[in-house]
Design a protein. Structure first.
Lengths: 211, 265
């Protein structure tokens, strides 16, 4: 028997075994998994279990990496994001960088223990969990890109300010399915809080822009 | 013998993750802890609890079948989660011990669940039992089966859940655990899409003695804590979701050499 033939002989039983050991189809898995979610939080109030249900964009962003978005799906996410954005009543997109400085290091907000939501004065903006901002801050994560010098590099034009505000409000507007939470769109941060974060990023006096 | 186990544990903790990361102050601290792993105390207590006659039925857990036959503990952790015909479900170590304590000892399920995570005031029997049973697979390789159709289904459900984004912060497991050398603040995040790292986590990761909590914590606790950070409600103990995720991770950790309990931050 040739090498090739021998491999083929070995392959046939392997393929039969693989055929028997097939996985259920995608729809069965989806239904089972959603049922598992529905039963994952016994005894929790419905206001909290509702957090585990998905909006349309979350559904589209829940695929394994090899299962890419189509152009239409990406457009749908961008449209949803565009429709979600609200601006502060004042119309002013740049707030106070000093208030922003307090928010960026605050990682608390909305966590649940024993069925109760943690008590906080306001939700923190979580920024340094994932981004380097102040070059003197050691305790910064790296899941997101470094934003050190953000304002120095981009300036403080109206276009930069608007882009920055919108990016924080709903990151999926510019990058569908980005790891970054849609902080304004979900109601986690208020429009006013976001203006302070914009200031922290672009103000020349902010630690982000001073070396 | 003890010294050799400790040395092996050290190598295992240091090699798979350490090879790809700079040695930092925190990892030195973890190695020092591993040299005298306090988790040993949980193993010893778990052994005593396992063979003690307890509960309303006054029975030990010696008849508990963890997949390899009643009372057979060597290698049991290595093949969990798996399908069990008597419950007609796929179970992880914790849900299976729960079944045994309820069925064999007559302990109330709610009682066990209420005491699933130990506090400073009260130790958890479950954390001790898990430490003991897991340690009985030390030196063996993870070998979680996908032979039964339910095992394959639960595995795929786990994969689906790993990538499923939800909650006010749009998180999935993959948000934090699918890229190389990432951190939340200074906390290293294992990349669970990398075969070597998932092996290290499931074979030397949980149960682990956690320095910050002064207790052994289990895989169920790890998932519960991730859920908390994701701003989701308290994850149900031994819920189908928790078992599916464990099945997905543990199967993909097959081949990893077990050394448990681990030592973690």
């Amino acid at each position: 028997m040739t090498m090739k033939g021998r491999f083929a002989a070995l392959l046939v039983p392997a393929l039969i075994a693989a055929g028997c050991a097939s996985f259920p189809d995608r729809e069965t898995i989806r239904a089972e998994a959603e049922d598992a979610i529905a039963h994952a939080y016994p005894g929790m109030p419905s206001a909290l279990t509702a957090r585990a249900s998905q909006d349309g964009s979350q559904k589209l962003c829940s695929r394994p990496p090899q299962d890419k978005l189509t152009a239409e799906e990406a457009m749908q996410i961008v449209e949803n994001a565009r429709a979600s954005i609200k601006y502060p009543a004042s119309g002013k997109l740049v707030g106070d960088w000093k208030i922003g400085a307090q928010l960026v290091t605050n990682g608390a907000g909305l966590r649940v223990r024993d069925g109760r939501v943690e008590k906080t004065r306001e939700n923190g903006a979580l920024c340094i969990n994932c981004h380097a901002l102040d070059p003197k801050e050691v305790n910064a994560g790296n899941l997101g890109p470094s934003l050190i010098g953000y304002g120095v590099k981009r300036g403080t034009s109206d276009a930069v300010v608007k882009h920055t505000y919108e990016k924080i409000y709903n990151a999926w507007l510019y990058f569908p399915c980005s790891n970054m939470p849609r902080l304004g769109a979900s109601g986690y941060l208020t429009p006013e809080q976001i203006t302070h974060l914009v200031a922290y990023l672009v103000d020349p006096q902010s630690p982000v822009n001073r070396n | 013998m003890r010294a050799r186990n400790v040395a092996l544990a050290l190598m295992l903790i240091a090699s798979p993750l350490g090879a790809q990361r700079d040695v930092d102050g925190l990892s030195v601290g973890r190695q020092m802890l591993a040299e005298d792993n306090p988790g040993e105390l949980w193993v010893q207590r778990g052994e005593r609890l396992f063979y003690e006659k307890r509960g309303p039925k006054g029975a030990s857990l010696e008849r508990c079948d963890l997949g390899l036959g009643p009372g057979k503990l060597e290698g049991a952790f290595a093949q969990l989660p798996r399908y069990f015909a008597d419950t007609n479900t796929v179970q992880d170590l914790e849900s299976r011990l729960l079944t045994c304590m309820v069925e064999l000892q007559g302990v109330k399920r709610e009682e066990i669940v209420a005491n699933r995570f130990g506090t400073l005031d009260k130790d958890s029997d479950m954390e001790a039992l898990v430490s003991f049973v897991a340690s009985k697979s030390n030196g063996m390789k993870m070998n979680v089966p996908l032979a039964h159709p339910k095992e394959r289904e639960v595995y795929k459900v786990g994969e689906y859940l790993f990538y499923r984004r939800s909650g006010p912060l749009d998180f999935s497991c993959a948000t934090c655990h699918s890229d190389e050398a990432k951190r939340i603040r200074l906390q290293d995040l294992p990349n669970m899409t990398d075969p070597k790292q998932v092996q290290a986590v499931v074979s030397t990761g949980w149960p682990a003695y956690r320095g910050t909590q002064a207790s052994v914590r289990t895989m169920q606790h790890r998932l519960y804590d991730c859920n908390w950070q994701m701003r989701l409600p308290d994850l149900g103990y031994a819920s189908e979701m928790s078992i599916a995720l464990t099945s997905y991770l543990n199967h993909r950790g097959n081949g990893g050499v077990i050394q448990l309990p681990g030592v973690r931050r």
